[in-house]
Design a protein around this ligand. Structure first.
Ligand SMILES: [Zn+2]
Length: 89
């Protein structure tokens, strides 16, 4: 089980997104097998928003990310979520 850093609920692996921090770079791990420390977010847009609003990634990785880094990541996640939801339909 994985704990979502937005809502703190636990989810099965298939229901979360994995974000990794590796070599000073934060990114969405689309394969689920990337190197680095991982943090998890459930596949819920509201929760993603909440996580970004309360700077959950800063806390999860104990690092102050720049706005650019955070905005890029957020966009990457939103695009990924949309494609993921569409493919399930
Ligand atoms: Zn969540």
């Amino acid at each position: 089980m994985r704990t979502c850093i937005g809502c703190r609920n636990t989810f099965e692996k298939k229901d979360v997104l994995r974000v990794t921090f590796f070599e000073d770079k934060i990114s969405l791990d689309k394969s689920g097998r990337a190197n680095g420390r991982g943090a998890y977010l459930c596949k819920n847009k509201k929760c993603v928003d909440t996580a970004f609003k309360k700077k959950a990634f800063h806390r999860a990785f104990k690092k102050n990310f720049s706005n650019d880094e955070i905005n890029n990541l957020k966009q990457e996640i939103e695009v990924f979520l949309e494609t993921d939801l569409n493919s399930e339909r």
